[in-house]
Design a protein around this ligand. Sequence first.
Ligand code: HEC
Ligand code: HEC
Length: 161
Amino acid sequence: MNKIHHIVVASAFVVATAMLSGPGAAESFPPIRNQTVNTECGDCHMAFFAEMLPRGSWLKILNNLENHYGEDASIEPALLNEVITFHTSRASDVLNSRGARKWRKGLKKGEMPDRITTAPRFIRKHDGNDFRYMWKKYKVTSNVDCVACHRDANKGLFDDD
Ligand code: HEC
Ligand code: HEC
């Protein structure tokens, strides 16, 4: 192992350890308490926080659940209405919480990302060596697997930088 490699690994280790901590995190979202959302949207991946995308994104995504990134995630109309109401009322350009404000920052007017992982804040925050190091270390297969690196992501806790 050469010296440069060693330094990169050592600094990444500090972050990796820090990622495990939960309470006190600078970026947090209230845990999702809507049972329908947790059941219908937390089955194949963790239920994502509505504050991470604008209203228009959620409408596009939720009105097309039968073609959901290669899967059929459609649900019955009554449940769908509840899920739409939940997401649109907490969307990044609707809610005025700290988390929502962070995630709407950098969106161009009318921009509606199809994914959280293509939203400006995600891209800004996942662009470093620590991120690449953790991808390998935790054998991550998709950026969508937030919990692989953010242990308490399900509870709405993401670590500070
Ligand atoms: C049948 C399984 C399934 C269900 C149920 C499901 N999803 Fe997904 N979802 C997926 C798959 C597969 C992907 C793409 C994952 C990838 O790219 O690695 C995805 C991706 C997403 C993404 C984009 C993530 C990103 O940033 O790349 C969002 C947002 C999303 N789902 C929201 C929802 C919501 C809201 C619900 C509930 C209405 C839901 N999903 C229910 C399978 C599902
Ligand atoms: C391969 C590991 C990895 C994956 C997967 C990952 N992240 Fe991250 N995330 C990081 C690293 C590294 C940072 C930057 C260090 C930091 O800010 O704590 C970060 C930073 C963040 C931050 C900023 C925290 C802050 O306070 O500045 C948020 C929010 C975040 N990630 C959300 C997500 C979400 C949502 C997902 C899933 C859609 C996800 N991450 C997937 C590694 C990952």
